[in-house]
Design a protein around this ligand. Structure first.
Ligand SMILES: [Zn+2]
Length: 178
């Protein structure tokens, strides 16, 4: 699909499984998913990925040679998504890892679209921060990676940049609704 075709469709997340989140965490999880969904459907999301520049002027890094437009198209391919005339319905499979991630928020395995999140992160994260984490992990599912060691440039990799964009848009959505 071209970007123009993609932009006409609304992304809708459908929660298929939320293993080990339990009842007491479910409300915050659903709020995070709602914010993630709202954020990726904004004009601001598309334009901020397309026009990404860091404070120092650098563009997205570790893009596998793709332009920023191609990155956005790859990100919005949503693996497993069902494409209808007006929507892309994306199944979400989530799992809470009941252990301390030691600073790591979560992970995906081998590009599989199942997102693992450490409870040590989830329990202190706001729903918009969690939305950013889900967005970050989706970038891994879409095939983008980052090195762990280079903290300064890591921010500009696709997973970190998109995670931050979604987090910021989600924060705006929360503020506007208050
Ligand atoms: Zn990552």
């Amino acid at each position: 699909m071209t970007l123009t075709q993609l932009r006409r469709k609304r992304v809708v997340f459908e929660l298929k499984s939320a293993k080990d989140y339990g009842r007491e965490r479910r409300g915050r999880l659903l709020e995070a998913i709602r914010l993630f969904e709202e954020a990726v459907n904004t004009e601001a999301f598309d334009s901020r990925v397309l026009e990404y520049r860091s404070f120092f002027g650098s563009r997205l890094s570790e893009t596998r040679g793709l332009t920023q437009e191609e990155v956005l198209i790859a990100y919005k391919a949503w693996p497993g998504g069902e494409v209808t005339r007006s929507k892309i319905i994306v199944p979400l499979r989530l799992q809470l890892e009941l252990e301390d991630g030691c600073g790591v928020y979560g992970f995906v395995r081998g590009g599989k679209p199942k997102i693992h999140t450490y409870s040590s992160f989830f329990d202190r994260a706001s729903p918009s921060w969690m939305a950013g984490h889900l967005a970050h992990e989706f970038a891994h599912v879409a095939g983008f990676s980052h090195r762990e060691c280079t903290r300064l440039t890591r921010r500009h990799t696709v997973p970190y940049a998109i995670g931050e964009i979604v987090w910021e848009i989600a924060e705006d959505i929360v503020e506007e609704s208050e």
